[in-house]
Design a protein around this ligand. Sequence first.
Ligand code: ADP
Length: 310
Amino acid sequence: MKVGIVGAGMVGSSAGYAIALMGIASSVIFVDRNADLARAQAEDISHAVPFMSSCMVYAGDYGDLKGASVVILAAGVSQKPGETRLQLLGRNAAVFREVVAEVLRVAPNAILLIASNPVDIMTQITVRLSGLPASRVIGSGTILDTARFRSLLGRHLQISPQSVHAYVLGEHGDSEVLAWSNARAGSEPLLSIAAQMGLPLTDDVKAEIDDGVRNAAYKIINGKGATYYGIGAGLARIVKSIAQDQQDVLSVSIVTEHVAGVDDVALSIPRVVGAGGVSADLMPTLDDAEKEALHRSAALLKTAIEAVEI
Ligand code: ADP
């Protein structure tokens, strides 16, 4: 499978690196308005491939995306320290106006995977710009927040994050909702596992985990200027589901007709992902506070997208 990546910056290159090393694509093509950067990233990553897998990695122009099954859109300007994801909106919408048209001209059948922030809004903008069905325009959404949630829960409970089943819903951003009430480890509700392990999830522990998930990006940006390895791996995980038609349940963002009392808004809930994109939504059962928080998150995104003129 051929995977295109538009935007060879930190996020795009991290995704390309993970995809190439995981051996889930036959080729990865980088396109960036900075052609030297795209070439350098492709060459550097291609030197890592022989150690791990087999994948052609190269740089090209939009014409080289012909035949791509998935195109990751990671172009744009990155979040500055202190800047909210919503403040990025105007700057990145302009980039997408140009990029989406170029991609569709050569790869009209590709699934578009949106990485640029604010990702939920950029996903909805991409549906508007492309006219593609919502199921084929997938935002990375809260896939990374969900991984952070599982990682912190796993660390507290001393079990593998892969055995924790917990999701972050709504906006990839400040209003996101950690769904505690239905979270499980193995097949057991979290509270039961925590009691059995003698590692109670007190209000303080929950608040610490909530802060660790919600504010992870801000903390990482303060320390190193940007976040990219986590989201790069998250994007590769979505590509794997598509490439291998796995029908995995992943928290990704697509434009959703009705969700939490709001119509026609892109946000994350667990969804089934395979070769055709998203095939089903799996809305979790939430308690009243979580339902209200998800409604607030959806309403906030709806207000933001309504302010965007395309
Ligand atoms: P991030 O951390 O989100 O990856 P970067 O600034 O590292 O942010 O990368 C964004 C990339 O997007 C840059 O390499 C930039 O050259 C590229 N880019 C910006 N605008 C366009 C565009 N219109 N077409 C193609 N690439 C673009």
